[in-house]
Design a binder for this molecule. Structure first.
Ligand SMILES: CC(=O)N[C@H]1[C@H]([C@H](O)[C@H](O)CO)O[C@](OP(=O)(O)OC[C@H]2O[C@@H](n3ccc(N)nc3=O)[C@H](O)[C@@H]2O)(C(=O)O)C[C@@H]1O
Ligand SMILES: CC(=O)N[C@@H]1[C@@H](O[C@@H]2O[C@H](CO)[C@H](O)[C@H](O)[C@H]2O)[C@@H](O)[C@@H](CO)O[C@H]1O
Length: 339
């Protein structure tokens, strides 16, 4: 009799432990901020989510979008935010639009919907296939910032071995191949930082104002816009189907979720890193790191204005740097610090 009771108690304890473990796992797995209740509907929802994620999202040894490994990352990463402005994704909520309009204090902006309509009459802007996930794929990306720490780094071959190599602004490769590589698949620019690109490179324009979107149209057609807050190229030679547009709502997502409102708006570097987290299975980061005075020095030039962002406080370089280092510490990126 005593033995049967003991056995039942053991069984009961085991079942109880199992239920507690499974429930807390289910409730925590998706890292939602839901209340911990025994609502059967909620359990079913969580079970469905678990089944969806039980298959690993990629075939690399670790996959960026895999949740449940870092609470810090899961709190910030939102896969549902769309990185590209496309014909099927033109909506900008009022709050985001108002915020975006203030970034560069446009006095009298043209209507945004008309501007976007005109833009997609000129370019297809179709980045959606880049966002498709494939569990059998391991897409390895290198994000290459412009830091002087790339000089003498000899990272060139490693960088070129990635599937995607993302560069930004005026960054050259010619003459710097052994340190920065020669491959570029995607290049981030805004009108003021445009540089000529090889034919096979996708140009990702980051719009910080309505005029930037209008500049794309103008630079491919009439060439009427040649000045924003500085002179910009009247005409550009880029195939129309090679132009992609960074979504203003994604800029706000980076600012809200990742930067937590530090600085006035995100730098191109951090915009590229977070963008890569959404497109790639593995992300390696090169060319990030200020000089000993905290200035953003370049690997190809002695840029006297490397400290301007600090004076104007347009970007919070220190906070951005902490994000990159934290991403590395939770194994979501690998950070190559250069020399
Ligand atoms: C004077 C000025 O406005 N400089 C800005 C320049 C400038 O507009 C372009 O180079 C023109 O082609 O652009 C920026 O940045 P910049 O083009 O210098 O560098 C791109 C990104 O690389 C990272 N970086 C750069 C240098 C360095 N020593 N350490 C780094 O970590 C940063 O993440 C940086 O964002 C920009 O767009 O963000 C930000 C810079 O503040
Ligand atoms: C140094 C500085 O604050 N310059 C700003 C300029 O900022 C730069 O904008 C770029 C995009 O156009 C990019 O974000 C770069 O990283 C920034 O340094 C603009 O905000 C400009 C708007 O009129 O004002 C300049 O003072």
């Amino acid at each position: 009799m005593v033995a049967v009771k003991k056995k039942n108690l053991k069984m009961f304890t085991l079942v109880l432990l199992f239920v507690i473990t499974i429930t807390s796992f289910l409730l925590n797995y998706t890292n939602s901020s839901v209340m911990v209740t025994w609502d059967p509907k909620q359990i079913v929802t969580q079970l469905k989510k678990l089944m969806k994620y039980s298959q690993r999202p990629c075939s690399c040894s670790s996959c960026v979008p895999e949740l449940g490994l870092s609470f810090w990352f899961d709190e910030r990463f939102n896969q549902t935010v769309q990185p590209f402005l496309t014909t099927r994704n033109t909506f900008i909520p009022e709050e985001s639009y108002k915020w975006w309009l203030k970034l560069q204090g446009e006095g009298n902006p043209k209507n945004i919907n008309d501007t976007i309509k005109e833009l997609f009459e000129i370019i297809p802007g179709d980045g959606e296939q880049l966002l498709e996930r494939d569990v059998s794929r391991c897409r390895r990306c290198a994000v290459v910032g412009n830091s002087g720490n790339l000089r003498q780094s000899q990272y060139g071959q490693d960088i070129d071995a990635h599937d995607f190599v993302l560069r930004m602004n005026r960054a050259p490769t010619a003459g710097f191949e052994s340190d920065v590589g020669s491959k570029t698949t995607h290049h981030f620019v805004y009108p003021e930082s445009f540089r000529d690109l090889a034919e096979n490179v996708s140009m990702i324009v980051i719009p910080f104002k309505t005029l930037d979107l209008r500049w794309i149209v103008s630079a491919l057609t009439t060439g009427t816009i040649n000045f924003t807050y500085v002179p910009v190229p009247r005409k550009i030679k880029v195939k129309r189907d090679k132009i992609l547009v960074y979504h203003p709502v994604f800029i706000k997502y980076v600012y809200d979720h990742w930067l937590q409102h530090h600085g006035r708006y995100p730098s191109t570097g951090i915009l590229s890193v977070i963008f890569a987290l959404h497109l790639c299975d593995e992300v390696d980061v090169y060319g990030f790191g200020a000089d000993s005075n905290g200035n953003w020095h370049h690997y190809w030039e002695n840029n006297g204005s490397g400290g301007a962002f600090r004076r104007t406080m347009v970007h919070d370089g220190d906070f951005e740097s902490n994000i990159t280092l934290t991403l590395a510490s939770v194994d979501k990126i690998r950070f190559f610090k250069g020399r």
